[in-house]
Design a protein around this ligand. Structure first.
Ligand SMILES: Cc1cc2nc3c(=O)[nH]c(=O)nc-3n(C[C@H](O)[C@H](O)[C@H](O)COP(=O)(O)OP(=O)(O)OC[C@H]3O[C@@H](n4cnc5c(N)ncnc54)[C@H](O)[C@@H]3O)c2cc1C
Length: 309
């Protein structure tokens, strides 16, 4: 085989990508870490993380990113800002097409994570960034003493709604079922918070507003069919995530929802290509699971590369 530019390319600089880089650097592999935007992935927009072990008081997402990045740099990892546009990984020599060049590598770890899902209702596209947000950490301060809506019933929706109450005077939490999916401790906090009013069995059918931005939402009770308008100045959406896998374009197998299919060794359908974190088929998308996946993926990649020599 022709010499390659790198032993291992890691795509994504979130918790999974950074962890994989630490393991790969300590295995003395010649690696390239590619991150298309800000280092840290989704935890960068997370106000407070209190379920990642080792930090008994919890810590901000930004602090956790900084610690992970510092640890990676300590082992000489360099992170390049560049986006993988496509890849050809069928043979032993793998090619990645970046924004400005093409690189070759022996192995690849896909750690491109996921992005917030959209509601798909009228007004959503129009008011995105003008009252509609998926990041409370970034945008909650704009809604001081306002009434806002939050959509969802999982951990992220409930935790971020509680965060919103530090700024907003009232938060309507719109949830399509009659009970929350979030971890019990978060449910208890939300139910005890008198700034949060939960609209059970309800979905948003439209986001309404004017040139000035969001002025209200229309919700529908899924049991009675009754519609009502709620005057709100902002609407935060946390209804799940979609995988960042469009660039793969069939290069490795994905499931129906587009998440990369891997086995317990984080091996994809293609030898030498691994996936870790939120981008893969997993029952739990969290920092703790992403870093665990990444450690396995990097270990397996190192074993694979060694077997080629
Ligand atoms: C609001 C919110 C609150 C959360 N709270 C918690 C919490 O309290 N505790 C917890 O454990 N988890 C929490 N999570 C989940 C946690 O953030 C994710 O599980 C974790 O970030 C997944 O890490 P990852 O590295 O797999 O993916 P990501 O964090 O999504 O990182 C993927 C990275 O890949 C980059 N990328 C994508 N495509 C490309 C490409 N083609 N080329 C180059 N780079 C690319 C992206 O820019 C991104 O930086 C929360 C998530 C959100 C959104």
């Amino acid at each position: 085989m022709k010499p390659t530019d790198y032993d291992l390319a890691i795509i994504g600089g979130g918790p999974a990508g950074l962890t994989a880089s630490i393991y790969a650097a300590r295995a003395r592999l010649n690696i390239l870490v590619l991150e298309k935007s800000a280092l840290g992935g989704q935890i960068l927009v997370t106000d407070w993380i209190e379920n990642y072990p080792g930090f008994p008081e919890g810590l901000s997402g930004a602090d956790l990113v900084m610690k992970m990045a510092d640890q990676a740099r300590r082992f000489g990892v360099e992170i390049e800002t560049n986006q993988v546009q496509s890849m050809d990984v069928a043979g032993p020599l793998k090619t990645l097409v970046l924004d400005d060049r093409t690189v070759t590598t022996k192995a690849v770890i896909i750690a491109t994570g996921a992005s917030p899902k959209k509601l798909g209702v009228p007004g959503e596209t129009e008011f995105y960034g003008r009252g509609i947000s998926t990041c409370a950490t970034c945008d909650a301060p704009f809604f001081k003493n306002s009434v806002v809506a939050a959509v969802g019933g999982g951990d992220t929706a409930v935790q971020e709604s509680i965060f919103l109450t530090r700024f907003a005077k009232k938060v309507y939490l719109i949830h399509r079922r009659d009970s929350l999916r979030a971890t019990r401790i978060l449910q208890e906090r939300a139910l005890a918070n008198d700034k949060i009013e939960i609209k059970w069995d309800s979905v948003i059918t439209a986001v309404n507003g004017s040139d000035a931005g969001v002025e209200g939402i229309t919700i529908e009770n899924v049991k009675t069919g009754e519609k009502s308008d709620l005057p709100v100045e902002g609407c935060f959406v946390w209804v799940g995530t979609s995988p960042n896998t469009s660039f793969l374009d069939g290069a490795v197998a994905v499931d129906k929802a587009g998440f990369v299919v891997v086995n317990s060794r984080m091996e994809t359908s293609v030898p030498g290509v691994y996936a870790a974190g939120d981008v893969r088929n997993t029952p739990l998308r969290q920092v703790a699971t992403a870093v665990g996946d990444a450690a396995i993926a990097a270990f397996q990649a190192a074993t694979y590369i060694e077997s080629m020599e």
